[in-house]
Ligand binder design. Structure first.
Ligand code: ADP
Ligand code: GLC
Length: 469
């Protein structure tokens, strides 16, 4: 049975993106629509959205709608007072309101166009009030009487807490459904209300689903999650191979697959030359593309990477922006080791694709990682991921065993410098063993994390919810 799905998200590829949330919601909308479901996505019309490029016409009652190639409809909430700001996310005092407005606009638009969703799928703290608003208000409207809500947690580190003096911004007739202890303590936690009220809660990998139910990873929400353990599942993200595949990557001048790795070597040479780095036979290139946040664990490189660069045993290309201490570290490496390291601060899509293709290894030493996409992209590009065993990294990369020839990457357990150093040494040893390394690369390239499959897991969940009306 085709389902009617309202998908609410604060960012969505290709219109707006700061991280994986955009890739996931963009690809999920597309693959649900391709599977025959009726998908209406709701997202802000930020000032950075390229209206001309995407054929986004004038707004009608504050909404501009486009039909995408897959058949999914995207409704952009056009409110310059809220969304015409420098960045997608701000520290402004009305940050909560910007996304409460998005959530309400989704309900109001469904109502106006007569779209009666089976499923209201909310993502992260931004739209986490959806399930509460559904229960408290909108379910009384026949349009939403049968609607079931899903909250997907992409990152529990961002909860959208705001001062209780702004509670009126929710527009609730009575406050009884809000978390009363928090309210008395003077704040409202958006994500917590999503967990309390969603009919089903998902997160983006099975391991992270287990992790966030513990004090170590739950960021204070572990008890709330444990109370809903029966309704919490982990569904690993997929990869949009239309965008991320070296066989057809539109950012690359030449293409390759597991039978034509010569082109990958050529891309590495081209990229190094472009970066002004020398090509060094037998020296692996390490790649990084990341938000530079505490989550990503780059302090593990502070002491472990400089000696390797100093001795010309590895080269590094890093791309990312975020906290100053990480930006300073990578900028310092580029300054101190001009023959071995490059760093570009900022966001650069083309460069992200080049780094995936040109590198020999990809570094993701995350402190925590709900899913992570770049390790899965790396596998497809024949770029061996070096990851910590946490969250989606644990679920998508298998440590390579030279004895059996099985495994797709280098996986270390502990979040400390010795474990990181061990992983880097392991990488160098494997790289020097041409037969083992070739096997490792081939194993990775044979992995398949396509959305066509992962979207099916969401459909199964939706169907279960609709069936349990
Ligand atoms: P997160 O969502 O926590 O940032 P993911 O691994 O899920 O981590 O997704 C990150 C996505 O953002 C990937 O598609 C990655 O290529 C992209 N990305 C991150 N930083 C940059 C950057 N500086 N320039 C271009 N793309 C970036
Ligand atoms: C979050 C997580 C990342 C995940 C992405 C998409 O930003 O940090 O691990 O892949 O969301 O679900």
């Amino acid at each position: 049975m085709p389902l009617r799905i309202a998908l609410l998200t604060s960012e969505m590829t290709p219109y707006s993106k700061t991280g994986g949330l955009a890739d996931v919601t963009g690809a999920l909308a597309k693959h649900l629509a391709l599977a025959g479901h009726e998908v209406h996505a709701f997202t802000p019309l930020y000032q950075g959205v390229d209206r001309a490029r995407f054929g986004i016409g004038p707004s009608v009652q504050g909404i501009a709608t486009v039909t995408t190639g897959s058949g999914a409809l995207v409704h952009f909430i056009d409110d310059p007072a809220l969304y015409a700001r420098g960045d997608l996310y701000t520290d402004d005092v009305d940050e909560h309101l910007r996304f409460i407005a998005l959530t309400r606009a989704a309900f109001e638009t469904c109502r106006r166009i007569g779209f009666s969703p089976h499923i209201l799928h909310c993502n992260d703290w931004h739209t986490a009030f959806g399930p509460l608003l559904l229960e408290a208000e909108y379910s009384r409207d026949p349009v939403f009487a049968a609607t079931r809500s899903v909250l997907t947690i992409h990152n529990i580190g961002y909860q959208g807490s705001f001062d209780a003096r702004f509670v009126g911004d929710l527009g609730l007739a009575d406050l009884a459904r809000l978390h009363q202890d928090d309210l008395r303590a003077g704040f409202v936690n958006a994500l917590k209300h999503g967990i309390l009220y969603a009919h089903a809660i998902t997160t983006v990998s099975p391991t992270y689903a287990r992790e966030i139910s513990t004090a170590e990873y739950g960021m204070g929400l572990e008890e709330t999650l444990r109370d809903r353990a029966g309704d919490l599942t982990g569904i690993l993200n997929g990869v949009d191979y239309d965008e991320w595949d070296p066989r057809r990557d539109r950012f690359l001048p030449i293409h390759y697959d597991e039978h034509a790795l010569g082109a990958k070597a050529e891309l590495k040479r081209t990229f190094l030359a472009r970066e002004g780095l020398p090509f060094r036979n037998g020296v692996p290139l390490l790649g990084i593309v990341s938000r530079l946040a505490v989550q990503k664990g780059f302090e593990l490189l502070f002491d472990t990477l400089p000696p390797l660069l100093a001795e010309n045993r590895v080269q590094l290309v890093a791309l990312g922006s975020g906290e100053a201490r990480y930006e300073d570290f990578f900028a310092g490496l580029a300054r101190d080791y001009p023959q071995a390291a490059r760093f570009r601060a900022g966001y650069d899509e083309a460069r992200a694709h080049w780094i995936e293709a040109a590198s020999d290894f990809f570094l993701m030493p995350s402190r925590y990682e709900p899913c992570g996409l770049n390790q899965m992209y790396s596998l497809r590009y024949g770029t061996v991921p070096i990851v910590r065993r946490t969250g989606g990294l644990a679920d998508s990369v298998e440590h390579f065993d030279r004895a059996t020839g099985r495994g797709t990457g280098i996986v270390f357990n502990d979040f400390d410098a010795p474990a990181m150093a061990w992983a880097l040494t392991r990488a160098l040893t494997l790289y020097a063993d041409k037969t083992a390394f070739a096997q490792l690369v081939r194993n990775g390239m044979a992995q398949d994390f396509s959305w066509a499959h992962q979207a099916g897991e969401y459909v199964a969940l939706y169907e279960q919810l609709v069936g349990s009306e």
